[in-house]
Design a protein around this ligand. Structure first.
Ligand SMILES: *[C@@H]1O[C@H](CO)[C@@H](O)[C@H](O)[C@H]1NC(C)=O
Ligand SMILES: *[C@@H]1O[C@H](CO)[C@@H](O)[C@H](O)[C@H]1NC(C)=O
Length: 342
């Protein structure tokens, strides 16, 4: 009963002091109140609540956020909007939603996960219904895999029992021990219930670099053939995101067991970022810090980035990953200079 009880507890001390007859009325009023407020916005503006089943994700708002914050990823946007909005509209999904995000570091996988989380739970990554796991941070020791397995299963079970709309994000999937994949698998499957808990409304997001080199190659081929990046379609990447990746030992065998059983619903490719996209990241970061965009700073920061391949230098090695750190480093210097000039 995690949904509304605290409101009742707030009212109960007051009830004890009342005459029996008014207690009856007060209890009636209280239950009418909690019934009316099946998603009690007053209570929930102080304490984070799990969204009720009638709650729908706002796809317009999600699209607007993706447009404003995620750059150069027309495919990822399209897939995620379709997947997440569709899942949120479905009142009886047959399995939890499982997304697998692939691409080079800094291309926006973490950002996209964060944006999805924020649209399901306004507190985003800080929400108690959103759980982020980093393979190397949370599960670092090979010899403790047994312990991690038990822990992880207990957590997933406990959290989904408390809120069916829980979101689980697993970063660095390539580094996650196969035993832990096995531990997650039962929750992703088409079971109505596992030990009395239904996992069908939960969302699992897996992040990895697997397939990144192949995705980059497709993008580069398009570029070399004089075609627009936006012309790249999902079908151009399908072969890459199915067999190519998963038979390659270096990119991790973890997928095979999930894929064989069709437990992943969508593969989401992230393209390597060009100069103009990195510049967009830099400008967005300035704005998010409450500063006006300063093109001098943009140039200084972008000049420090490295691009590949060696000859053409089209794509950023680290995507937008180092933008924040570089901006921290250069901001004062450059702003100081501009002030001095002015
Ligand atoms: C969805 O989001 C849009 C844009 O932020 C907003 O204008 C609209 O009112 C929202 N719709 C609902 C039902 O909240
Ligand atoms: C929910 O998951 C977190 C880890 O993200 C864990 O610390 C917590 O104990 C879990 N809650 C329950 C009720 O299992």
């Amino acid at each position: 009963m995690p949904r509304a009880p605290a409101l009742l507890w707030l009212l109960l001390p007051g009830l004890a002091a009342l005459e029996p007859i008014s207690v009856g009325i007060a209890i009636g009023a209280a239950s009418a109140l909690t019934g009316y407020l099946s998603y009690p916005s007053f209570y929930c503006s102080y304490v984070e609540c799990c969204p009720g089943d009638g709650h729908r994700l706002n796809a317009t708002a999600l699209r607007a956020q993706l447009d404003a914050r995620l750059f150069g990823q027309h495919l990822a946007k399209e897939v995620v909007l379709k997947a997440v909005a569709g899942f949120s509209r479905n009142s009886s999904p047959k399995k939890p939603l499982a997304l697998s995000l692939h691409g080079w570091g800094g291309t926006g996988k973490n950002l996209l996960s964060q944006i999805i989380a924020e649209h399901l739970h306004p507190a985003g990554l800080r929400s108690k219904f959103v759980h982020l796991f980093l393979a190397t941070l949370h599960f670092p020791h090979q010899h403790q895999v047994k312990l991690y397995q038990e822990q992880l299963q207990k957590w997933i079970q406990g959290n989904v029992s408390a809120c069916p709309h829980s979101v689980f994000i697993f970063d660095e999937m390539d580094k996650l021990h196969p035993g832990l994949i096995d531990a997650i698998k039962p929750f992703l499957d088409y079971y109505e219930q596992v030990n009395g808990v239904s996992y069908r409304k939960a969302i699992f997001i897996f992040l990895s670099n697997a397939g990144a080199n192949l995705i980059n190659k497709v993008a580069l081929d398009f570029w070399r053939n004089g075609k627009q990046r936006e012309e790249i379609q999902l079908k151009d990447l399908e072969p890459v995101l199915s067999l190519g990746v998963f038979n390659n030992k270096n990119s991790g065998l973890w997928h095979s067991s999930l894929i064989d059983r069709n437990l992943i619903d969508y593969f989401v490719p992230f393209l390597p970022l060009e100069h103009k996209h990195v510049k967009m990241c830099i400008r967005a970061e300035m704005l998010s810090r409450g500063h006006a965009v300063n093109e001098n700073v943009v140039e200084v920061v972008i000049d420090e980035m490295t691009f590949f391949p060696k000859e053409e230098k089209i794509y950023s090695d680290k995507g937008c990953k180092t933008v924040q750190a570089k901006l921290n480093f250069h901001w004062d210097t450059v702003m100081g200079d501009t002030k001095a000039e002015g």
